[in-house]
Unconditional design. Structure first.
Length: 334
């Protein structure tokens, strides 16, 4: 009998306490639980919302109601809001009450605007996305290395608790060392003390996306688009077990075989291993001076913070009377 088998409902002791006593991760226990979906209509709507959100991540509940109506499904906004909330989907655009962090958790500033990424393990980032199943759903978290676009680790869970995010982070640190800067959104999982405590312990600078800044974590957003269109939507996974096996195969393909246009048609594994052919730069289009990074860049290439400043300033100039764009630009292609 394994230690996982010691944990079960109906014993009078909470699952949290049982996991602590048995020395197993809660994410492991939750992963083996069956998703609780009973409403066929909700299942159909979540599939439609998921596909449309992947195509248009700036759609909020209002636009989703219109989209579903044109597709022949008359639903009210409250129902769409409930489904999007369960799926963890928020429109990537400025607006009220979007991506609100836990009120008691500290939120950190964004450190990457105008900072050239010139070597592996300079910047890592993470995010969570919704994955649909035949009769349920799962959440996927992944950590990506910015210079090479390499997926360092990933986890799935059927709950939005911080524990599976922490497990994913710990695995990346064990296998790949540590980055200089770690970026995430302001979600409660990433602002929790359990998650930020690991980063502080390792001496890693913490960066978090600004509210309404759609491209601050663009590389993970592009990863989700690739995962869903190239794997999840094509295969239609039925269970958590099927999803685990399928994603393991896909991420091995993504890192080791799939050529990336932004990497000169090289694979992330090759770029990460050789430290050549990668890089990234989030440009500031608000016209202000680019702040110095608190982390020394020690660049071995030709990129520099001064060059980033001049490039950002040149690109941020708007014609007289023209409103500046709300989102930043990214000097690379997917």
């Amino acid at each position: 009998m394994t230690r996982q088998a010691w944990v079960g409902a109906g014993s009078g002791v909470s699952v949290v306490q049982q996991c602590a006593l048995a020395g197993v991760s809660r994410a492991t226990i939750y992963a083996h639980q069956k998703p609780r979906w009973t409403n066929e209509s909700d299942l159909m709507l979540t599939r439609l919302i998921d596909e449309e959100y992947t195509r248009h991540p700036f759609y909020g509940s209002r636009k989703m109601v219109i989209f579903l109506g044109t597709a022949g499904h008359a639903v009210n906004r409250k129902r769409v809001q409930r489904l999007m909330r369960q799926m963890g989907l928020v429109a990537m655009a400025p607006g009220p009450n979007t991506s609100r962090a836990h009120p008691e958790h500290q939120v950190y500033p964004y450190l990457l605007r105008g900072v050239p990424v010139t070597r592996p393990n300079q910047v890592w980032s993470t995010d969570i996305t919704y994955i649909r199943l035949a009769r349920g759903f799962a959440y996927l978290v992944a950590i990506i290395e910015w210079y090479s676009r390499r997926v360092l680790s990933w986890r799935i869970s059927n709950s939005m608790e911080a524990v599976f995010c922490v497990d994913c982070l710990e695995e990346s640190l064990r296998a790949h060392g540590k980055p200089e800067i770690f970026n995430s959104d302001q979600g409660a999982q990433f602002t929790s003390e359990a998650f930020t405590g690991v980063l502080k312990r390792e001496g890693i600078a913490i960066s978090m996306d600004g509210r309404g800044r759609a491209f601050d974590n663009i590389f993970v957003e592009r990863l989700w688009r690739s995962v869903k269109h190239e794997d999840v939507y094509l295969k239609g996974y039925a269970t958590m077990g099927d999803l685990t096996v399928g994603l393991a195969e896909y991420f091995a393909f993504y890192n080791g075989e799939r050529p990336h246009q932004s990497l000169g048609q090289q694979t992330p594994d090759v770029v990460y291993r050789t430290a050549t052919g990668g890089g990234a730069l989030i440009l500031d289009k608000f016209g202000g001076a680019v702040e110095e990074s608190p982390v020394p860049l020690r660049s071995t290439g030709n990129s520099s913070t001064a060059e980033a400043k001049s490039t950002a300033t040149a690109r941020s100039k708007a014609k007289p009377g023209q409103r500046r764009p709300a989102a930043c630009d990214v000097e690379c292609v997917a």
